[in-house]
Design a protein around this ligand. Structure first.
Ligand code: SF4
Length: 498
């Protein structure tokens, strides 16, 4: 076993090798490009509306949905308060049942551990269960650098991998693709696909099935993430819809699971709450079609090993301990990655996931990625929201995403202020507004002066103002100041009535 969990003593260092988390470019520029792509907007709008309607239907069937949400929130808060104890318990239980636990401080650590474990088997190929955390650390790229090929087995992840693309949604990574595009990708990327393949969903699924079956039957090593880990028994769980994950979890000789440290739950009673919340919130199903659970290495009463002979669990920090140290920001660690917040977000629906430039897109990405990397590395993401609150209403564990967004914006402003003595134009404008508003006479003079705007108004609108106010009028009109100020109206009406 490698290094013990000393990093849980908090606080942290900046994570090294953040993999796919670092934002490629500021959100506004990337969003503008995405907004110009009408096909993308159509694909995403259609998909999110469909998932939303399904989710609303099945959530409406549960009379105690709000109580369940509160229970989920409370279990998560209680677990995070004693996370170190639960993780150490998990390690003991996994080890007692024949598994090996490894602790990874960051992406580089985790990638090095997994690469070494695969190399030790002598294999050069692995099959993968859909996993956000391995994308977060850039595992496929790290394995490729070491000459090891990783095959995604989730259908949507396969589409993304064959298309040399990036995922744009947590649950439906290829949500930005339509059937015709998927057919093209299969024809280009699958050597064994029938030439007459159409874009009929069944045909596409059968082509993927035949392609993957070959991988399942030959792979000796599998890599997975985990949706949950039950500390009391050392049991790991993956929930999925296709059954491909279960093939990876049972057929290969070696199973390596990479799991963020926040995924642990203390007991099976706690897990019960999330197994009700997750499927309804994510796929709009009453329960997940496949819920796979495994505990170490399993031997039957006849002494036969049932499933993988070797099991390794890599527990990943990568900025989570630092997030836990933030009393407000730590709530983000309650996330069960259902993606409901994405499907209701008006910003995500119009820009899609790529604009966020991070493996975690949408509202959850806007609050998770900046905390895992440090706010400076993803500083435009907390602003990628209208703060409408739809994400909080949809979140099955009641994460107050709007409050976290405001908290992170505050942190970003503080960091910028500390880093530079030169104030930003916004800070200058706010200081000037504060100076004007703190004195009644100054404010009255400013009100009267604002009437000059009436001279340049056209058809009741101010369409262009000089800098820095041009930042506002570059994308929207400003209202024309009224002919009479409130004070003048007040003095006039009071005078009239007395
Ligand atoms: S923040 Fe809430 S709604 Fe969004 S993915 Fe996480 S659990 Fe789901």
């Amino acid at each position: 076993m490698s290094t013990p969990p000393t990093f849980l003593g908090l606080p942290a260092y900046a994570p090294r090798g953040v993999g796919q988390l670092r934002q490629d470019g500021p959100f506004p520029a990337a969003a503008r490009t995405a907004l110009a792509d009408t096909q993308l907007r159509r694909n995403i709008g259609h998909a999110t509306q469909t998932i939303r309607a399904k989710r609303d239907r099945v959530v409406g069937e549960v009379p105690d949905w709000e109580e369940l949400r509160v229970a989920g929130q409370q279990v998560k808060a209680a677990t995070m308060a004693r996370l170190d104890e639960h993780l150490e318990r998990l390690e003991r239980e996994v080890t007692a049942r024949g598994g090996v636990v490894h602790w990874a401080r960051d992406a580089n650590d985790a990638n090095a551990i997994v690469t070494r474990l695969v190399r030790d088997t002598g294999e050069t190929e692995v099959v993968k269960v859909k996993s956000m955390v391995t994308q977060e650390i850039g595992l496929n790229e790290a394995l490729a650098d070491a000459g090891i090929e990783a095959y995604e087995t989730d259908l949507a992840e396969l589409i993304v991998q064959l298309g040399h693309d990036k995922p744009s949604h947590i649950l439906v990574p290829a949500i930005h693709r339509n059937r015709a595009e998927i057919r093209e990708i299969f024809l280009r990327g699958m050597p064994d696909v029938p030439a007459g393949l159409t874009d009929d969903p069944r045909q596409l699924a059968m082509a993927a099935r035949a392609h993957l079956r070959q991988k399942f039957l030959t792979a000796k090593v599998a890599v997975s993430g985990a949706n949950f880990a039950v500390a009391a028994t050392g049991t790991l769980l993956v929930v999925e819809s296709e059954g491909n994950g279960r093939m990876c979890l049972t057929l290969p000789e070696t199973l390596i699971t990479v799991m963020g440290i926040e995924k642990v739950v203390p007991t099976w009673r706690d897990l019960e709450v999330f197994l009700q919340l997750l499927p309804r919130s994510s796929t709009g199903e009453r329960m997940n079609p496949y819920t796979s659970a495994w505990t170490g290495v399993h031997t039957t009463p006849d002494g036969v090993i049932d499933g993988p002979r070797h099991f390794h669990l890599v527990l990943l920090d990568n900025g989570r301990a630092a997030t836990l140290a933030d009393e407000v920001g730590r709530e983000v660690l309650h996330c069960i990655k259902c993606s409901a917040c994405m499907n209701v977000c008006p910003v995500y629906e119009r820009t899609g996931g790529h604009a966020y430039g991070s493996v975690y897109p949408g509202p959850i990405g806007a609050v998770l990625s900046p905390q895992l990397t440090g706010v400076e590395d993803n500083s435009s993401l907390p602003y990628a929201s209208s703060l409408c609150g739809a994400c909080f209403d949809a979140c099955p564990v009641r994460i107050d995403i709007p409050a976290l967004l405001v908290h992170l914006r505050g942190k970003h402003v503080e960091q910028r202020r500390a880093a530079s003595r030169v104030p930003t134009p916004e800070a200058v404008a706010m200081a000037a507004a504060s100076w004007v508003m703190s004195d009644p006479d100054r404010f009255a003079r400013a009100e009267r002066a604002s009437r000059l705007g009436r001279l340049v108004a056209r058809r009741g609108k101010l369409r262009s103002l000089p800098p820095p106010l041009s930042a506002w009028t570059s994308s929207r009109d400003a209202p024309v100041p009224p002919a009479e100020t409130f004070r003048e109206w007040w003095a006039w009406t009071r005078g009239a009535s007395s």
